[in-house]
Write a protein that binds this ligand. Structure first.
Ligand code: ADP
Length: 572
């Protein structure tokens, strides 16, 4: 039976019972009231008339009106005959009263009295029997009412207990089903048996769960296809690639990465990289770089034995961020390590360095011989030259000197690039290095009418450096200062002592360098745009390499129009 019918039947029965209860109550009260009314009219009035007649009879000799009262009461009694034998007794009474004359004998009165008592007794008996009838009637009514009330209470009780359960049980079941769906258990199905109303809900619910399940299966299929596609893309890349999650667990690795890390694919994905790195030197280096990295700085190329030869890889560590669905803030989801194979470029670079080294070296001898020949040509003992020839000779000498400088710089550069830079450190006083640089640039300073001032403290520690290299650096700085200063200007060169280092500085009051170029001027071949002075753009780059090879630093402070101050800081 469906819920609607059960409810209708239950409430219907309860309604009928209440109706019956009401009807029975009214009927019982009505019966009681009729019975009491009957007793009143049928018997009580007769008793009352008899009493009246008895009283009149008592006063009959003293009071003349008593006879009238007696006759009146008798008349009323004659109209109120209700009991068996009452009629006969009343007729006898009537005859006796009618026979009364003015002289009333005691016997007559006695006979009348007896009749009256007889009538009273008949009525009293009737009252008694009617009362017991009413009593038994009311008992019956009470029984009926009690039964009906108990039935009503029982039914209402059953309703009270069963009704919420009937309604709530399927709702609970439905709630549980919805919770299961919310927890992605799309296999959940509902069954409400014969419950017609909820069966419809169950059918809709089961349809929905079925469609969701199908949808998930197709989404999973799609996701798996996409995952496989991405894996195929990653594997097709020639660069080794490693994906890490924020806890440094390995998310993915392509075949190239497995090959150069000498790892087998089984049991690697999902494991912690640091744990695998315990037995893998290369992975340990990569992970160390990931941990150490603050910002996207350049890494030193890694020398790895791959493809049966020594190869060079440049590591790129890319932090990965995503915008989770429904959120605006980016969330860190891991790192992507890409190893770019730069072996080809390294080989080309070293070929270039070798070529420059060879050419520079080969050029040095002819340039030196040109300079020697120029020296001889300028000697007056070999013949005099006219003014134009002397000028030409000067300009050839200048260009040859510059050529010699450039080849020297290129040779220094190749030394640094090929990693063949060897330092021959000796104990040196900073002033010796400064004096060397002043001497080397003396002719230049005179030509540009620059005044070189020296600031030097009385007490200063000695340095343990490769004299030639550091002297070359300071000479280059002083030469730059002279070249970029206007005529007749001052140039200050000096040294200061700090706790663990000595600063040697060169300050000029020339046109200065825009702060946006401060980083780039130490790059190879970089020249500040608009520089008219001739040069190669290599001097500062080589200076930086030389100073850093000593564990020192080189820095610049400058503003446009206020000159430059280059400082070389060397550890004591
Ligand atoms: P080069 O002087 O051979 O061009 P450097 O590496 O020594 O190469 O200098 C790089 C550039 O820095 C120069 O071209 C010049 O533009 C700028 N520069 C270097 N020193 C100074 C200086 N003292 N004043 C202004 N500009 C300078």
């Amino acid at each position: 039976m469906n819920l609607h019918n059960r409810l209708t039947l239950g409430i219907g029965v309860l309604f009928v019972l209440i109706l019956l209860l009401g009807f029975q109550s009214v009927r019982s009260v009505q019966q009681l009231s009729i019975a009491s009314k009957n007793i009143l009219t049928d018997n009580y009035n007769s008793v009352h008339y008899v009493e009246e007649m008895l009283r009149s009879l008592d006063r009959l000799s003293q009071d003349s009106t008593s006879r009238d009262v007696l006759i009146n009461s008798l008349a009323l009694q004659q109209q109120n005959i209700t009991e068996v034998n009452e009629k006969e007794v009343t007729s006898a009474l009537t005859q006796k009263i009618d026979a009364l004359t003015d002289s009333v004998s005691i016997i007559q009165i006695q006979e009348i009295r007896e009749d009256l008592y007889r009538i009273m007794e008949l009525n009293m008996n009737s009252i008694r029997s009617k009362s017991s009838d009413v009593e038994s009637g009311s008992e019956g009514a009470v029984q009926w009412l009690t039964i009906l009330s108990i039935l009503c209470i029982l039914l209402a009780g059953i309703f009270l207990i069963r009704f919420p359960a009937i309604i709530l049980r399927p709702i609970d079941k439905l709630k549980q089903g919805i919770t299961q769906i919310a927890n992605h258990n799309y296999e959940k199905r509902l069954d409400f048996g014969n419950n017609k109303e909820f069966s419809a809900v169950a059918t809709s619910f089961n349809d929905m769960a079925c469609k969701l399940s199908e949808y998930r299966r197709s989404s999973l299929d799609r996701l798996m296809t996409e995952k496989k596609r991405i894996e195929a893309i990653v594997n097709s890349l020639h660069e080794p690639i490693i994906g890490l999650d924020p806890e440094r667990n390995i998310l993915f690795m392509n075949d190239e990465a497995f090959s150069i890390l000498n790892l087998k694919r089984d049991n690697i994905i999902g494991r912690n990289a640091a744990e695998i790195a315990l037995n893998n030197d290369l992975l340990r280096r990569l992970i160390r770089e990931v941990y150490a990295e603050q910002d996207n700085q350049e890494h030193e190329p890694l020398k790895i034995y791959a493809d049966n030869k020594e190869s060079y890889f440049q590591m790129d560590n890319i932090p990965l961020y995503i915008n989770p669905v429904g959120e605006t803030e980016q969330q860190f989801v891991g790192n992507l390590i890409i190893l770019n194979n730069i072996t080809k470029y390294k080989e080309l670079d070293s070929a270039k360095t070798n070529f420059i080294a060879t050419v520079s070296h080969e050029m040095k001898t002819p340039i030196s011989s040109i300079l020697m020949s120029l020296q001889l040509l300028g000697d007056s003992r070999l013949g005099s030259l006219n003014e134009e020839q002397t000028q030409l000779l000067g300009s050839i000498r200048e260009s040859s000197n510059r050529l010699l400088n450039i080849t020297g710089e290129l040779l220094n550069l190749t030394q640094v690039e090929s990693g063949k830079l060897t330092l021959k450190p000796k104990i040196a006083k900073p002033i010796e290095l400064i004096e060397y640089a002043i001497k080397a640039t003396q002719v230049l300073a005179e030509r540009f009418h620059c005044f070189v001032e020296v600031e030097y403290p009385e007490k200063i520690s000695k340095l343990f450096v490769d004299n030639e290299k550091i002297a070359w650096v300071i000479t280059n700085l002083l030469s730059n200062a002279i070249h970029h200063s206007p005529e007749n200007s001052r140039i200050i060169i000096g040294a200061t002592q700090h706790k663990k280092q000595i600063d040697i500085y060169v300050q000029d009051f020339g046109r200065g360098i825009d702060p946006r170029y401060h980083k780039s001027i130490f790059d190879r071949y970089f020249r500040v745009p608009g520089t008219k002075v001739q040069g190669s753009g290599l001097g500062l780059a080589i200076s930086k390499d030389f100073v850093e090879a000593h564990g020192g630093t080189i820095s610049i402070e400058s503003e446009i129009g206020k000159g430059c101050r280059f400082t070389v800081s060397l550890p004591i």
